[in-house]
Design a protein around this ligand. Structure first.
Ligand SMILES: [Zn+2]
Length: 405
């Protein structure tokens, strides 16, 4: 398996620049196109599963992160606070939970609002040491697919099971092949908040949700506020990391004094479930580039279709096909410069899933010759039929280049 940094450079997905800073990669147009396709998919998956999306700022007042416990338990991983004036300090957030707790308590909540699933693809920052940074796998600015599900204690098991189902669905669409599930538990030491009984109860709930799933235990891998289920992946160098996570938190609802009124009118505290279906966009793409060797499924390929007129005579036909593809929502480019063989090789090097070749005969009767990534060529077909085929494969979010049926 090739390192994602080398492929990322070859495919023009992202670069690093010392002037921008280590761990702060720049996503180039091809990388941004693929990432946006994935972001839209994840947002849509969440919306259909009852999530409500919010937008919150990547920094906040120091007091917010004192209240959340991050400055007390997590400061080593955070950038130092920025001081505007003696009583006005700001912190680059290391997590989205404090803002989402504020969203929860922005109005009164009743049992009818629960489970309340607050989601955001939001930016956060970690003060990683420069020695561990590389490509997209370890970065200092992180765009996290995140959500916080607030629910009644008796509903937690069902909620976690539903999250695990969504994780599996997202993995299947993206082509993620997990290396295993891990139950991350508290280790020795003082960096954990909350009493033993609460930790034991949270652990029991997660074990129950993992019933029937094979998993390993990871002592010392829990978040500072609670145990979690982590879905692990392995990169090209054999290093293991977490791509998806479900975490139980009894602590933040107390710190932020979150509550809801139950059906009998009593005030009760919700449980906060932190979850990420696909992790950060950075780590996800570091993994996807390696696991697919840059040949992404058509639905998130940076360029889905390249149109190649054999010579100037087919220029107009190529332009029409590209315009129709664009109107159909596809990412398309026309390449005119160089020999046909060289352009086909360039498209193959860029891992473009579909290449439409138009020669004089095809142009004359409105047909194209479609070449699939990997070398297979289909018989010439009407241009609209070719676009229909590509469109169906993209819509199916399948890894197959030919749509079923
Ligand atoms: Zn969180």
């Amino acid at each position: 398996m090739i390192d994602h940094r080398r492929l990322g450079r070859e495919l023009g997905l992202f670069v690093s620049d010392p002037l921008a800073g280590a761990g702060l990669p720049l996503w180039l147009p091809a990388g941004a196109a693929a990432r946006h396709a994935v972001e839209e998919y994840v947002r849509d998956l969440e919306r259909r599963a009852g999530y409500r999306h919010v937008v919150t700022p990547p920094l906040g007042k120091r007091e917010l992160f004192e209240l959340s416990g991050h400055l007390g338990y997590f400061a080593d991983d955070m950038f130092p606070p920025m001081r505007l004036s003696a009583d006005d300090e700001f912190v680059l957030r290391p997590a989205l939970c404090p803002h989402h707790a504020l969203v929860y308590r922005a109005r009164g909540r009743s049992w009818r609002d629960l489970p309340l699933r607050i989601a955001e693809l939001g930016d956060m920052y970690r003060a990683e040491r420069s020695g561990v940074l590389g490509g997209l796998a370890r970065v200092r600015a992180i765009s996290l697919n995140d959500a916080h599900n607030f629910c009644a204690l008796e509903r937690v098991g069902e909620e976690v099971a539903e999250i695990l189902r969504l994780i599996r669905e997202a993995h299947a669409a993206l082509g993620v092949r997990p290396a295993g599930f891990r139950l991350s538990l508290r280790g020795p030491g003082e960096r954990y908040v909350g009493d033993d009984a609460r930790w034991a109860r949270a652990e029991d709930l997660l074990r129950a949700a993992l019933d029937g799933v094979e998993y390993a235990e990871g002592p010392g891998e829990a978040a500072f506020y609670g145990p979690k289920i982590d879905v692990q992946i392995v990169d090209a160098a054999g290093r293991e990391s977490t791509i998806s996570t479900v975490q139980l938190d009894f602590d933040k609802p107390e710190r932020f004094d979150l509550s809801y009124t139950d059906s009998g009118g009593a005030r009760r505290r919700p449980v906060m479930v932190h979850r990420s279906l696909v992790g950060s966009m950075e780590r996800l793409f570091a993994y996807l580039v390696e696991v697919h060797q840059g040949a992404f499924p058509p639905w998130y390929a940076p360029v889905q279709l390249v149109v190649l007129p054999i010579d100037d005579g087919q220029d107009a036909a190529a332009g029409r096909l590209a315009a129709d593809a664009l109107a159909a929502g596809l990412r398309v480019e026309v390449e005119r410069a160089g020999s046909l063989g060289a352009r086909i090789r360039d498209a193959a090097r860029a891992r473009v899933p579909y290449v439409a070749v138009i020669g004089p005969r095809e142009a004359a009767d409105g047909r194209v010759s479609l070449r699939l990534r990997g070398g297979r060529t289909l018989d010439p077909m009407p241009a609209a039929e070719a676009l229909g085929l590509v469109g169906r494969a993209v819509a199916a979010r399948s890894a197959d280049l030919l749509p079923a049926g």
